[in-house]
Design a protein around this ligand. Structure first.
Ligand code: THU
Length: 161
């Protein structure tokens, strides 16, 4: 028997003002785009904005439905748009933020499990890491160099070859 260990490093900034200028801009876009979410059931509005390797900026927000399982997270709305618009172009960075009338937006949120799976597959498709910038409307910001770090021992397309 041997024991394996998974660990990864990520950066923690005390506030958005410590980030490089381009990252600040992208996170501010994600904050703004969260206002476009359709989230009347959770009242939890998420914005995700990608900077593509071709310089394009693409935005997504969560879209809910009265039939709850139909809803889509901001990250997967974003990835679906990107795959449709620029199927072979790598994503350099995705910034994710959120707002809610009922709770504070003062710390980063991290993509849910299904979105981690989708992000991991996108990285694999174009063979390029997606940097994540995670932050609320205020407070600390996390920067993770590759979305796949959030999904150790992932089930991948390799298994289906
Ligand atoms: N949600 C996202 O859009 N992204 C996340 O990373 C976490 C959760 C959405 C799904 C649902 O519409 C609402 O937030 C509450 O879970």
């Amino acid at each position: 028997m041997k024991e394996n260990k998974f660990e990864f490093n990520y950066k923690v900034y005390d506030s958005i003002s410590e980030l490089p200028e381009e990252s600040q801009w992208l996170l501010n876009e994600a904050r703004e785009v969260s206002a476009n979410a359709y989230a009347p059931y959770s009242n939890f509005q998420v914005g995700a904005v990608a900077k593509m390797a071709n310089g394009q900026i693409v935005a997504g927000s969560n879209q809910e439905n009265a039939s709850f399982p139909v809803g889509l997270c901001a990250e997967r709305v974003l990835l679906a748009s990107i795959s449709s618009l620029f199927p072979k172009v790598p994503i350099e960075t995705i910034a994710i933020s959120y707002r809610s009338d009922s709770q504070k937006s003062d710390h980063p949120i991290s993509p849910c499990g299904i979105c981690r799976q989708s992000l991991q597959e996108f990285e694999g498709r174009v063979n390029h890491p997606v940097q994540l910038i995670l932050g609320g409307m205020e407070g600390p910001v996390y920067v993770i160099d590759s979305a796949s770090r959030l999904l150790p021992l992932a089930f991948t397309s390799e298994e289906l070859r």
